[in-house]
Design a protein around this ligand. Sequence first.
Ligand SMILES: [Zn+2]
Length: 125
Amino acid sequence: MFELTVVSHFEAAHCLPGYPGKCARLHGHNWTIEVCVGSETLNELGMVIDFKVLKRHVANVTDKLDHHYLNELAEWQLKLPTAEHIAQYIYRELQKSLSAEMPGIRLLHVKTWESASSAVLYREG
Ligand SMILES: [Zn+2]
């Protein structure tokens, strides 16, 4: 199988009420998002998917988060915008977007880095 990875970034603030430490207070991150997709076959050009096209799908999702206070968004009214929940949210939104346009592509994982040394990888199935 071929696996293809793109990396993108967005900036957003959050706070984690109830967390026993300084992350309970309002702060921001430069989030790095790694998206990995796979396919057993290649298209007529010999590609899994055009990097540019995949980056557009990722941007359509991350643009909804960029420069927002994540706790205020509808998605996080009932749960906290932790790196875990952000990775899961991006995975599920991307899954919808990719499966609608390119059913042959499998979303393998979304990895959300909230700092250079801390990341969460989310996958399903
Ligand atoms: Zn944080």
